[in-house]
Design a protein around this ligand. Structure first.
Ligand code: FES
Length: 106
């Protein structure tokens, strides 16, 4: 169970033990992290699971699909390291990876 780190825009940090094979979004929701709304439940149609991956580890993740990249254009304040967390499968290699939450998902 890798440890994932979520940080909100107020500087709070949440350490979450995630199950391999689960999505990063689901790990955040199960941990009760408010900044991940995930309104569509992971069906890639809402972009309210947006987070910024720590830049130095961004390229460790599989590339986003063209559909995810299109959905990210509708996310709030997207960056070069933006991802939709419902599209990221948790692996042991992600131990300690940091996801910074946007100020808002709307
Ligand atoms: S939960 Fe809706 S796009 Fe990720």
């Amino acid at each position: 169970m890798p440890l994932l780190i979520f940080r909100d825009h107020q500087g709070n940090q949440y350490d979450v033990e995630a199950n391999c094979g689960d999505s990063v979004m689901n790990a955040a929701v199960l941990a009760g992290i408010d900044g991940i709304l995930a309104e569509c439940g992971g069906s890639l149609s809402c972009a309210t699971c947006h987070a910024h991956v720590q830049p130095e580890r961004f390229n460790e993740l599989p590339e986003a699909s063209s559909h995810e990249q299109a959905m990210l254009e509708g996310a709030v304040e997207p960056s070069q390291t933006s991802r939709l967390t419902c599209q990221i499968e948790v692996t042991d290699a992600m131990e300690g990876m940091i996801f910074t939450l946007p100020p808002s998902q709307y």
